[in-house]
Design a protein around this ligand. Structure first.
Ligand code: ATP
Length: 363
């Protein structure tokens, strides 16, 4: 096992900077997820670690070894891709053994490794089948098996679950987490799916336009997004944003937007008064208040759509300034009528404030 380090790594294709000067330290045994929208540079980053692309500048280390210019086969890594092409004319056993035979491992060792991996993945009973006799999920496990038998120092995975249907994806996600707990090998995993990132990563790297936006544990990124992009990308439904201004009166900070005045309890603000700001509130942090509680510090909004999905209700409403606010409530209880004007509130600890121009978090 080994950690991986990127030092000032960039990749430029013609006019496109796919990855801009990136420093990243992936710890030994960590499950690190690179996440971001299409084209943000996550696959290129992974491919440079794999040796399938050469960095335009910077260096890559696996363990203490500088691997920037080493061939993929000399890096002691194993890759699992979205298209886990298995050899159709080979049985599962031979598909898994293929790479080891190429490396001329003794027959006994190959058998032991394939059996061990097949046990771990629950596919020991499938070793005699051909790929076409397997389900999509089973094929994906064979592809994982092919990587596991190599006993690599690092697993590199690029959207390995995206060809599976939704149910199987959730199931395989849990299996991958268990697999990582068991093998304790470093995993670098690429996905555009924030739920996969949140559930699988011991740490997450959020990327946009080739630039790392934030690195942290799922909890850090969810609770303290460093900018408005990260805030909007992580979390489902996404965070609500309301444009307004920040004012200071009698030593107190106020957020003001059309029809909204909120007194902020925070005293330290990384900005100055009378600035354009954006208030961020997660749908699950908002609750509907009524009666006496609704007098102060609430946002009044008109309900437009109510979606009941059994375990929760998603309410879409509009503020007096015509901005959409989504509220996530549990169960079917207290679902308001369409057209009703409701008052919603979030506790101070769940309010986020971003600079109106730069999008950087100011509180
Ligand atoms: P996706 O989720 O769509 O795979 P990604 O975040 O993995 O996206 P990359 O595949 O790393 O993004 O691509 C980053 C940028 O680099 C994109 O603008 C892409 O068009 C460009 N790019 C990637 N590979 C090449 C290449 N071989 N030649 C030219 N441009 C490329």
């Amino acid at each position: 096992m080994a950690g991986v380090r990127l030092e000032g790594v960039s990749k430029v294709f013609g006019n496109t900077t796919a990855v801009a000067r990136t420093d990243l330290e992936i710890k030994d045994g960590e499950f690190l997820v690179l996440v971001g929208p299409s084209g943000c540079g996550k696959s290129t980053t992974l491919r440079m670690i794999a040796g399938l692309e050469t960095p335009t500048e910077g260096d890559i280390y696996i363990g203490e070894r500088k691997v920037t210019h080493l061939e993929p086969k000399d890096r002691d890594i194993a890759m699992v891709f979205q298209n886990y092409a298995l050899y159709p004319h080979m049985k599962v056993f031979d598909n898994m053994a293929f790479g080891l035979r190429l490396r001329k491992l003794p027959k006994k060792e190959i058998e032991a490794r394939v059996k061990e991996a097949a046990e771990i993945l629950g596919i020991a009973h499938l070793l005699d089948r051909y790929p076409k006799q397997l389900s999509g999920g089973q094929r994906q496990r064979v592809a994982l098996g092919r990587a596991i038998v190599r006993h690599p120092q690092v697993f590199l995975m690029d959207e390995p679950l995206s060809n599976l249907d939704a149910k199987l994806r959730v199931q395989t996600r849990a299996e991958l987490i268990k697999l990582h707990q068991r093998l304790e090998t470093t995993v670098i995993y690429v996905t555009h799916d924030q739920t996969e990132a949140m559930t699988m990563g011991t740490r997450i790297v959020v990327m946009k336009d080739g630039v790392v936006q934030q690195v942290g544990t799922p909890r850090e990124i969810y609770n303290n997004p460093g900018n408005i992009f990260v805030a909007g990308f992580i979390g489902s439904p996404p965070m609500n944003f309301i444009k307004g201004t920040l004012e200071k009166t009698n030593g107190k900070w106020l957020f003001k937007a059309q029809g909204i005045t909120l007194t902020l309890l925070a005293t330290d603000m990384a900005t100055s008064p009378n600035k354009d700001v954006i208030l961020g509130i997660r749908p699950e942090s908002l609750s509907i208040v009524n009666g006496e509680n609704s007098k102060n510090e609430c946002i009044s909004c008109e309900v437009e759509v109510v979606e009941n999905i059994g375990s929760e209700t998603i309410i879409h409403a509009r503020t007096p300034g015509k901005e959409e606010v989504v509220i996530k409530a549990s169960g079917f209880e207290k679902a308001p009528q369409i057209g009703a004007v409701i008052k919603v509130k979030a506790s101070q600890g769940n309010l986020h404030l971003f600079d109106g121009q730069s999008g950087t978090c100011v509180k």
